[in-house]
Design a protein around this ligand. Structure first.
Ligand SMILES: [Zn+2]
Length: 254
């Protein structure tokens, strides 16, 4: 009996305990992947880009592997309610480059929603989406628009007055321009501080997005995963796993 305990029962219990704790750790740390893109193909300024063909390949991967793509607002709501489903993904684009029009058309082909965070004072500038483009996207594709501030300034270095302006006014201008509520906000360069978080909430946004600088599951500072041209196959699998952040050290928010 002692031998049985020593060589069978105790090792078995130890292994079971180890795996239970490990799976519990994974359950608690699951973070739904929110993908972050910038430019599709050659950008007008120096910014991260993903080639159109690779983007298509990534969308195909999502489709073939049964991922459910939802809007960031819906995802944030599920995080808030702690009802996070597996294999649910959100897609975002920052800055509002003109070539995002092509991305919106591709997303439409796949039936995937996404959000483009536009810099309000860049709208209609060369290389950026114009007012008509935004209206076209909203009317004809499943893609939504969010705010990426007025001027794309690093928020932690702004005065309170400027912060309010960047966060409040960008929302109001977009709402007047597009005739719909703007509910999602993205921090330029992912930078935020306590004041910025408060103002985003006060302005009436329903969710805010950073880079990998997020603040746990705070829906006003949700982490995103940067997607590059290298993210195919195993890389993409890892980034979509929901555990990618565990192995990546988060940068400080400011
Ligand atoms: Zn940006």
């Amino acid at each position: 009996m002692d031998k049985f305990k020593k060589f069978v029962l105790f090792p078995l219990l130890t292994i079971t305990l180890f795996f239970s704790v490990f799976f519990l750790f994974l359950q608690i740390n699951y973070y739904p992947p929110i993908l972050m893109y910038h430019s599709l193909g050659t950008p007008p300024v120096e910014t991260p880009q993903v080639e159109k063909e690779i983007f298509k390949q990534q969308l195909r991967y999502l489709k073939e592997h049964g991922f459910k793509v939802i809007l960031v607002e819906e995802l944030a709501e599920s995080i808030k309610k702690r009802k996070i489903e597996r294999k649910v993904v959100a897609i975002t684009f920052d800055d509002g480059y003109k070539n995002n029009l092509e991305a919106a058309e591709l997303l439409k082909e796949f039936g995937f929603p996404a959000t483009i965070f536009v810099i309000v004072n860049k709208i209609n500038e060369e290389g950026y989406l114009g007012e008509e483009d935004l209206k076209y996207i909203l009317a004809n594709t499943p893609v939504n628009i969010g705010s990426h501030t007025l001027n794309h300034k690093y928020l932690p270095s702004l005065s309170l007055f400027e912060l309010e302006k960047e966060i409040f006014l960008s929302k109001k201008i977009l709402e007047n321009m597009l005739g719909r509520e703007i509910n999602a906000f993205s921090y330029p360069l992912g930078g935020f501080n306590r004041e910025a978080l408060k103002i985003v909430e006060k302005a009436g946004y329903k969710c805010g997005f950073t880079t990998n600088r997020g603040k746990g599951k705070n829906i006003f500072a949700l982490k995103r995963i940067k997607i590059t041209n290298n993210d195919v196959g195993l890389n993409l699998w890892a980034k979509l796993s929901g555990f990618y952040h565990i192995f990546k050290r988060a940068r400080r928010p400011y």
